[in-house]
Design a protein around this ligand. Structure first.
Ligand SMILES: [Zn+2]
Length: 281
């Protein structure tokens, strides 16, 4: 049976007005990140299809933990800011940033390894936890189950940085990710705090970072919140085609992985990385 998902691509630039609304990354609180309704009006373009699933042949040896890459036909990565996944479907892009806690990086990686959950991690190379957990992360990165993205080396507000500093921050982190994990993560980058403008986007694009990735929903855990609050934010934002932001900074999230997974399972969502959905340019 051929299942066909008709997805819609957000028009180029449609999300450009959300920047100011995404300043909550570092400010946990009862209100999670929202973008305005206007930015949510997509232009219908049916370009995203699911290929027919091959007829499964039962075998006596089930595959233990290595989940297959989702069987999706990718779409071209749109020009400009990305805040959500295109069209309608059951995909969830769970993205996680920073890495000030080496323990949280490790526990997220183990969670991914043990459950098959697909994640996109926007790393700051300045945090030692990335190198400390490199051996654990590397095989997951190699299979694509975990995608890495550029979040600048020192987590700087790019809009306050000089032109040279914008380039240096992205390039230094790029080089760190190449050296440590062997991957070129372009074009995806996430400007810290969601702060970006035409100048910073242009500078980033000049070295290949053409896709500023923001989000449409937050676990609001860049600062310390309780695990109960965190589950509440997941219930609010783990929704089809959403890009949700979390953080690798505080441990409460690691205490509720089973609850978060149950939200995903009960809603029939499929976790994906950005590379699962978008073609690299
Ligand atoms: Zn951040």
């Amino acid at each position: 049976m051929q299942r066909r998902l008709f997805l819609t691509l957000a028009a180029a630039g449609v999300a450009s007005s959300v920047t100011a609304c995404n300043a909550l990354e570092e400010q946990p609180g009862p209100t999670a990140t929202l973008i305005d309704d206007q930015a949510m009006t997509p232009t219908p373009t049916p370009t995203f299809t699911r290929t027919p699933a091959p007829t499964p042949i039962p075998t006596s040896t089930p595959t233990p933990t290595a989940p297959a890459r989702p069987d999706l036909v990718k779409v071209a990565i749109p020009d400009g800011v990305i805040t959500e996944l295109p069209g309608t479907g059951n995909l969830l892009a769970w993205t996680v940033d920073d890495g000030s806690s080496s323990e949280v990086i490790r526990k997220y990686a183990e969670f991914a390894r043990d459950t098959g959950t697909r994640l996109t991690l926007f790393a700051n190379g300045a945090y030692e936890g990335w190198a400390e957990n490199a051996d654990l992360l590397r095989p997951l990165v190699a299979t694509g189950q975990i995608q890495l993205g550029n979040h600048t080396f020192d987590h700087v507000d790019l809009t306050e940085a000089s032109d040279d500093e914008v380039i240096e921050q992205l390039q230094k982190n790029h080089d760190f990710l190449v050296d440590t994990f062997g991957v070129d993560v372009r074009p995806d980058f996430r400007p810290p705090y969601g702060f970006h403008n035409h100048r910073t986007d242009h500078l980033a694009a000049s070295i290949g970072y053409t896709a500023p990735v923001l989000w449409y929903g937050s676990l609001s855990d860049s600062g310390l919140i309780t695990s109960e609050q965190l589950v509440g934010f997941a219930e609010t934002w783990f929704l089809p085609q959403h890009i949700v932001i979390g953080h690798l900074n505080f441990t409460p999230v690691t205490e509720v992985f089973p609850q978060l997974l149950e939200i995903i399972r009960s809603r029939g969502l499929q976790t994906v990385t950005l590379d699962d959905v978008f073609l690299k340019p």
